[in-house]
Design a binder for this molecule. Structure first.
Ligand code: PNS
Length: 166
């Protein structure tokens, strides 16, 4: 049976750290679904459609990866897709606490899937979507933080629009 993993997140926007985790997950599973999901504690700057579009543009043509968005419970999506794993990237202990709790809740809601944590590469430890948003909104260079295919689009959206509003 095909082994499907779901890689959920806000991806607001996707970073090189996310791309690394997705690429490594694609090497471990038959199929990976990158799922733009709703985090009730966050107010995304990019719409779900935009975030899906950015991830699609940023992925280096990996054949077994699909990108989708879903507004409901992750556990319901995982059950519906008959996925065997939820893959998350971990940068530091601060990530772990929250991720550990989510993994336990997801197991309670749907016990058939395992949460798998991939440790971020050391060069990506400091990287986050919020760092990218901050730098881009001040017109800084984000090319070493996000795939080059989308750096311009992000800056355009976060900086140039803001400048136009002044
Ligand atoms: O990138 P993020 O914001 O850390 O990702 C968190 C996310 C979106 C994966 C999480 O909030 C989530 O799974 N949302 C979907 C709704 C859900 O299932 N919530 C219960 C998780 S305990």
């Amino acid at each position: 049976m095909e082994r499907i993993a779901v890689c959920p997140g806000s991806f607001d926007p996707v970073t090189l750290g996310h791309i690394d985790i997705i690429t490594r997950a694609a090497a471990l599973f038959d199929r990976v679904i990158v799922l733009v999901s709703k985090n009730v504690d966050k107010h995304p700057v990019f719409t779900a459609e935009e975030r899906v579009g950015l991830i699609k543009k940023a992925l280096p043509g990996i054949k077994n990866v699909a990108v989708e968005s879903f507004d409901g419970l992750l556990a319901d999506y995982v059950r519906e897709k008959k996925a065997c794993a939820i893959v998350k990237g971990i940068r530091a202990m601060t990530d772990f606490e929250n991720e550990f709790q989510m993994a336990l809740v997801n197991r309670k809601l749907y016990g058939e899937a395992e949460t798998v944590f991939l440790v971020a590469r050391s060069e990506n430890m400091y990287l986050s979507s919020s760092v990218v948003r901050q730098i881009a909104s001040f017109g800084g260079d984000i090319e070493s933080f996000v795939p080059k295919e989308i750096a311009g689009i992000i800056t355009e959206r976060l900086y140039k629009n803001q400048e136009a509003e002044k």
